[in-house]
Design a protein. Structure first.
Lengths: 229, 296
């Protein structure tokens, strides 16, 4: 159980040590103290380990994550879990802009709020936010699921492709080509599966969520739609 | 890039530590702006006395000049901080200072004026700049600071923040305004004068103009949402207040912390990490197009 204190150990040394881990390592549980808002904490992991970070982190924490579980006990800055491939990233506080941006897989759970552009260009990641999300979230989202227990800001799902958006609270406005869609049993089942994986089974009434997705009118440019851009 | 910080104390017991805390905040933002730095600090003031912050150009000894000036102005006193001097003069003598400077030292800039505000800026790494001016030893009620990474104009002290365009009022800005030339023309029409071509100075001038119309800092910031275009995070100081505003798109980063003892602003959390009691502070990201301000 390595314990790393970032007020003593350089961040590069921590990340290098995490990158050296082999798939069958016995060092499966790491704790990190005193991150003090440093950027790029625990990025680029590719091993089935858990890293617990005690305190607020800066930009791009757990970016490009594969396999690993990264838990941040605190807030996270811009781009947490950006381009995640697999694994789990769990932030107990709020996250800044572009959380889970371009993520291809895995699960990002945020217990607080996410600010603007949450899930921008998401490509298969699942994101669960127990608070609210800011404007332009799921912009050009291509695949995956974004689940929001609270409210969504302006222009949700602008120019969205095939991602599914589930919002329990209000949506300030929908972006171009994003529409509300019926919440059928298959969608409730999918939502239940995501919440179960996030450790939030039974935490919210599935019937209270509304589903949003693509109207599929902007896939190819059509001059009649020019006004929608 | 650039970094901005601000610290507004609610607990008078922290006032002796304001400079030390602000210097640390500026130091952590060196990465965001290594080219120049500046800060404004609101210290003690006296009724009927105006503080003028004078900046001497390279090659001019601020101490010699300030000494000559204060000997010429009855009732004045001066403190020298590296290339800057803060002259305290009775209000009735202020016009005489302007005349003396125009006659004896026309290349001296008066970069700040007010009852409590002192303003310092120089080229160099922010931690070095803060140390040169002796910021860690300064006391006061609130301070704002800026670290500049020059991207669109030369690394000169004229381009360094904060900008002050009115008594005890100053602004730091992270971002870039797109309609500043038009707004500058409009404000010049209203009688405002500008020292530089800088967009941030226009933002400061705009707020000064609005507050001159009787608006509060909060109302002036609210009005700027309509009239200023571009991307910006502003932190503004007045004699008694401290305000924050981000553009509606929220292009530039911002994080705030509040405890019973202070309100703090940083471009990144790193700037706040050394503040007392930060572990239990309320932390949040300011909402886009939302005015935040505090008054003493």
């Amino acid at each position: 159980m390595p314990d790393i204190d970032l007020s003593v150990t350089p961040l590069r040394d921590l990340n290098a040590a995490l990158h050296r881990l082999s798939p069958n390592t016995n060092e499966r549980h790491w704790t990190v103290a005193n991150p003090e808002g440093r950027h790029a904490v625990a990025v680029g992991l590719d091993a089935p380990v858990t890293v617990e970070v005690n305190g607020p982190v800066g930009y791009y924490c757990a970016g490009m994550n594969k396999q690993a579980t990264v838990v941040v006990h605190g807030h996270a800055g811009v781009g947490v879990a950006e381009n995640m491939m697999s694994g789990l990233v769990h932030v107990t506080g709020d996250v800044s802009q572009a959380a889970g941006a371009t993520g291809r897989g895995g699960l990002l759970r945020v217990d607080g709020n996410a600010s603007a552009r949450c899930g921008i260009s998401m490509k298969g990641i699942d994101i669960v936010v127990r608070g609210s999300i800011g404007h332009m979230s799921a912009f050009m989202a291509q695949a995956g699921n974004l689940v929001v227990f609270g409210d969504a800001g302006d222009a949700l799902g602008d120019s969205i492709y095939e991602a599914r958006l589930f919002v329990r609270g209000s949506v300030k406005s929908l972006g171009a080509d994003c529409i509300e869609k019926p919440m059928r049993d298959e969608h409730k089942q999918a939502l239940a599966d995501i919440l179960k994986r996030a450790g939030l089974e039974g935490d919210a009434d599935l019937g209270e969520f509304r589903r949003y997705g693509s109207a599929r009118q902007l896939y190819n440019f059509h001059v009649d739609m020019a006004g929608a851009y | 890039m650039c970094g901005i910080v601000g610290l507004f104390l609610k607990d008078p017991g922290l006032e002796p530590d304001l400079g030390r805390l602000t210097a640390r905040m500026l130091g952590t933002m060196c990465d965001r702006g290594p080219d120049s730095a500046g800060f404004a600090i609101y210290t003690c003031g006296r009724d009927g006395v105006v503080k003028l912050t004078l900046r001497a150009p390279a090659g001019v000894a601020a101490a010699d000049l300030a000494g000559r000036l204060s000997r010429s102005i009855p009732g004045s006193s001066v403190t020298v901080h590296d290339s800057h001097a803060v002259l305290s003069v009775p209000e009735v003598e202020e016009a005489a200072v302007g005349e003396w400077l125009a006659r004896e030292a026309p290349d001296i800039h008066v970069i700040g004026r007010g009852s409590r505000m002192e303003l310092y800026k120089e080229v160099g790494r922010p931690d070095t700049v803060a140390a040169r001016f002796g910021l860690p030893a300064m006391a006061g009620t609130h301070a704002i600071g800026h670290t500049r990474m020059a991207t669109e104009s030369a690394v000169t002290v004229d381009g360094a923040h904060p900008f002050s365009t009115g008594p005890d009022m100053c602004l730091v800005h992270n971002g870039s305004l797109s309609n500043h030339n038009g707004v500058r023309r409009q404000l010049e029409h209203e009688g405002a004068t500008f020292e530089t071509e800088n967009d941030s100075e226009v933002a400061a001038g705009y707020l000064t103009w609005r507050m001159g119309q009787g608006l509060s800092l909060g109302e002036a910031l609210e009005a700027s949402l309509q009239d200023l275009d571009g991307f910006y995070t502003f932190v503004v100081g007045t004699e008694s207040g401290f305000g924050v505003l981000r553009d509606p798109i929220a292009c530039k980063p911002a994080v705030m912390a509040e405890t019973d003892d202070y309100v703090a602003f940083g471009s990144e959390y790193r700037a706040l990490a050394g503040l007392p009691g930060i572990g239990s502070a309320r932390l949040w990201e300011p909402e886009p197009a939302t005015v935040y301000f505090w008054e003493r």
